[in-house]
Design a protein around this ligand. Sequence first.
Ligand code: PLP
Length: 210
Amino acid sequence: MAFSISENFHRIREKTAAAAKGRTVRIIAVSKTQPPENLEEAFSAGAETFGENRIQEAIPKIQTFSHLNAEWHFIGHLQTNKVRDAVRYFSFIQSVDSIRLMQIIEKEAEKAGKEMPVLLELNLAAEVTKHGMKPDQVGEALDLSLTLRRVKVRGLMVIPPFLEDPEAVRPYFRELREIRDRHSKDFPSLTELSMGMSHDYEVAVEEGAT
Ligand SMILES: *Cc1c(COP(=O)(O)O)cnc(C)c1O
């Protein structure tokens, strides 16, 4: 039997709370490819933050639901010619995968007169099919962020290799947290760790997903 979106959301919230052991963890409802009815149901169930990975698909949804008090996070690979729209329509860009992209976001955020919170996306398994910085590029990106007025780096994001067994993914989540911990002495604003998907979010939360 299939569960409804609201039943799923409540179950995920309970399991997340159990894995978080007292920490507060924010659930991103990934709404890409989902029709409007499903977003409404998720919102009614308590989802407040939605993730989209394509600008063209996202803009009409964001406009349709502008009356809801929802937050929109961009979670896909952002092409440089779409940065202007991303900055205007989204409150968070979770998937900054290059230093060049950071610089373009800064330029567009400056034009829009807006602060742009972002996460640096890492490609920890060096998968050629995935976007993301290498761990040794994080220091350079963070140093650059000190010179930027509008881009605010709040943390790190990872999409690990897809492995059936969530335990097999645990080392990637742990590595992301360790990279964050190493840099957080110099960059205390690095508070967010965005990690975990439908099949492995409990492990991600145990490893410190925020
Ligand atoms: C599609 C997507 C998800 C959702 O994946 P599920 O397995 O359905 O949870 C999560 N994060 C990112 C970045 C995605 O693109």
